[in-house]
Design a protein around this ligand. Structure first.
Ligand SMILES: [Zn+2]
Length: 367
């Protein structure tokens, strides 16, 4: 019997905060407040049949940040508070950016709290600035604090021992990888365009020390569509998630692998994200509680995605699929949105999948 949520319960929790809009460049920049507005609008349009509950964000504490960032970097951020400038050529800050970043990381903590305590099974964090390029000691690639890493570290602090982060942003999450590279308690999985910014994330990079086998990189060259992504899940990521059996799944959800995105060259469309979510969820093993199968909780944190229409549509598709999955109807999204029929995967992508498989076969049982 599959778990089904009580009709009185919200379908998901949503972290959002006005402060996230206060992070704004004084010149034209793709990482802009309008991104959140587009998503909020899309959520409003679907909300009549999707009851959600807002989870208040709060500021991350110094100790919560210190789990993944260095003392000196946090001090450097504090010195930038109230000012305007750039941490690197891509990463601007406005007078309220540091406050927004702290609130975004705190929103990720709040989400983690809610999911780990069992108050919710599914949550979304509409956070800005994004996080996955932020390393322990530097801002990078539009990111200041690593929200997903802070959420995972918080879940660890609450006692979880197996947390999976799947990063489907089109760019490799170099910061998240670096933070957990030697840590077997956080499995980091990234699907990303390569070559592309930031240039990290080779298939052979699988972790270090105790963390060997707990970093899974699937670099793909341009023009990969949903068929390639689904094959990556079917052959590599799904079996690894199934064997790892995470207590919590966090998704670093960038939507810049969409064909409309101006910063990359992949070929996903809105419904691809729903199908991708569904295939990841289907790979998660369940735990038996009484006569009910319980899936791990899932937290989806916004990363990139710079075409507003693509962002809104893809986020909406992800929510629809996630709600169907958490309702115990994982097939509902796929049945309504069948894969496009021309399932031809290029020899280049086949070879890339094979390389990622070969790297991971040392650590996991894979066909
Ligand atoms: Zn990105």
């Amino acid at each position: 019997m599959l778990h089904s949520h009580n009709a009185m319960q919200p379908a998901f929790v949503l972290v959002d905060d006005d402060l996230f809009d206060a992070h704004r460049s004084d010149s034209v920049h793709p990482e802009r407040p309008e991104r959140l507005r587009a998503i909020r609008q899309a959520l409003t349009e679907m909300s009549p049949h999707l009851p959600s509950e807002t989870l208040p964000a709060r500021d991350a504490t110094h100790d919560e940040l210190l789990r993944v960032h260095t003392e000196s970097y946090i001090a450097k951020l504090d010195q930038a508070a109230g000012l305007r400038g750039h941490f690197d050529e891509d990463t601007y800050y406005s007078p309220t950016s540091v406050a927004a970043a702290r609130r975004a990381a705190g929103g990720a903590v709040a989400l983690s709290d809610s999911l780990v305590s069992g108050d919710s099974k599914l949550g979304f964090a509409l956070v800005r600035p994004p996080g996955h390029h932020a390393t322990p000691d530097s801002a990078m690639g539009f990111c200041m604090l690593n929200n997903a890493a802070v959420a995972a570290a918080h879940a660890r602090a609450l006692g979880l021992t197996r947390i999976a982060i799947v990063d489907w942003d089109v760019h490799h999450g170099n910061g998240t990888e670096e933070i957990f590279y030697a840590d077997p308690h956080v499995l980091y999985v990234s699907l990303h365009q390569s070559p592309c910014y930031p240039g990290t994330g080779a298939a052979a990079d699988c972790g270090r020390g105790d963390g060997q086998g707990f970093t899974v990189n699937v670099p793909l060259s341009a023009n990969a569509d949903i068929h390639v992504y689904k094959l990556a899940v079917e052959r590599i990521i799904g079996p690894i998630l199934s064997q790892y059996a995470p207590d919590l799944l966090l998704i670093s959800a960038g939507f810049d692998a969409h064909f409309r995105d101006p910063l990359a060259a992949m070929k996903l469309d809105d419904s691809s994200y729903g199908l991708l979510y569904e295939s990841l969820f289907a790979a998660l093993p369940t735990r038996q509680v009484g006569n009910t199968s319980v899936h791990p909780s899932v937290g989806v944190l916004l990363e990139g995605g710079y075409d507003l229409a693509a962002l809104a549509g893809s986020f909406q598709a992800t929510v629809e699929a996630a709600v169907a999955c958490s309702d115990g109807r994982p097939e509902a999204y796929g049945d309504a949105h069948p894969n496009p029929s021309s399932a031809v995967v290029s020899p280049v992508h086949e070879a890339e999948l094979e390389r990622a498989l070969a790297s991971q076969r040392r650590y996991w049982r894979l066909d």
